[in-house]
Design a protein around this ligand. Structure first.
Ligand code: NCD
Length: 326
């Protein structure tokens, strides 16, 4: 489908909201990826705008700090010609005692077509979606340590772009998977698309409690073993804001044991991709030579994020049908 064409017919069999990737079918994921491919091509042109969402309204409601995700959703909405409004918790009526669900209902009364919600609590976008009466789509922009679906979609788009189908690939996710919504969404997407192996690499203190059996991953506490022969390395940030107590002895020790330096990259496949959702802590989980080196696709991930968010908004923010002339 051309990115400037309405997606209404195809959107019929898509979920109404994008709350997470657990249980989302390969068909739906591939539908979003295909749509995003079209937008990637558009982003390479001088004129990057389409009028696909002209007249539609998108509200970004962020209850937690964000630079790239919020900017990416904002720009994606603007490239689609939607009216985009950003609200951050510090500037909202939450400061005046309103509950966040009342904020959501108040915003809904202003008839938006999509509400992008980032919240420090797991399940907050799900609650919001249940509270809404209209055709407004809720898109999860990251809920606590639970899920961050558009990040994982942009990651699989990036992997596909460089490696072809996900089917059969070996992927290592390295670092603080315990507190990472990105890792959870990635695991669901990679499984659904048929990755051969998903490895979680890190110290016991940073592995999710439900780790190996429930998530269908292999856990490695030794980084050199975990990286051996993998096609893709995804580094995670240590989520200091979610960690209670000392999960690692020191940042320097963490880097020595798990940091991605050029020698560790050598353990992986010759054409390995190095990824990081950002924001990255250079010298803590990744060496600058690697972050800026030949295998890194960290900046292309950001560009693909824009294409993915355009795709998701284009597919989900047009569910309200026009009633026609009065
Ligand atoms: C991530 C997030 O906020 O979950 N960043 C992002 O959205 N690109 C990862 C992180 O904070 O480490």
């Amino acid at each position: 489908m051309s990115p400037s064409q309405p997606a209404t017919d195809d959107a019929a069999d898509l979920p109404r909201h994008l709350l997470g990737l657990e249980g989302v079918s390969a068909g739906t994921i591939n539908r979003v990826l295909e749509e995003a491919q079209g937008f990637r091509a558009l982003l390479e042109k001088a004129d990057k705008k389409t009028d696909a969402l002209k007249g539609r309204t998108i509200i970004n409601l962020f209850f937690e700090a964000s630079t790239r995700t919020r900017t990416s959703f904002e720009l994606a909405g603007k490239r689609l010609s939607a009216d985009v409004i950003n609200i951050s918790a510090s500037a909202s009526s939450l400061q005046k005692g309103e509950t966040w669900l009342d904020t959501v209902r108040t915003l809904e009364a202003m008839t938006p077509d999509a509400l992008v919600i980032r919240h420090p609590d797991s399940g907050a976008p799900h609650l919001a979606a249940r509270a809404l009466d209209s055709h407004c789509a809720v898109i999860n922009g990251g809920d606590g340590p639970h899920e961050h679906p558009t990040q994982a979609l942009l990651d699989v788009l990036t992997i596909q772009h460089h490696k072809g189908p996900i089917d059969g690939l070996k992927v290592a996710i390295v670092g603080d998977a315990a507190h990472s919504r990105v890792a959870r969404s990635q695991i669901h997407a990679l499984h659904t698309l048929g990755a051969a192996e998903i490895r979680l690499v890190g110290p016991k203190t940073l592995m999710p409690a439900e780790a190996a059996p429930a998530l269908g991953v292999q856990v490695f506490h030794n980084a050199d073993a975990g990286l051996k022969g993998v096609d893709v390395i995804i580094m995670l940030r240590m989520q200091m804001e979610r960690i209670r107590g000392a999960a690692v002895p020191s940042q320097r020790e963490y880097f020595r044991l798990y940091g991605l330096d050029p020698a560790r990259v050598e353990r992986a496949a010759d054409d390995v991709l190095v990824m990081h959702p950002g924001p990255m802590n250079r010298g803590v989980e990744i060496a600058s030579e690697v972050a800026d080196g030949p295998y890194s696709v960290i900046l292309p991930q950001v560009t693909n994020g824009l294409a993915i968010r355009m795709a998701v908004l284009n597919l989900l923010a047009r569910q309200r049908q026009s009633a026609g002339p009065a």
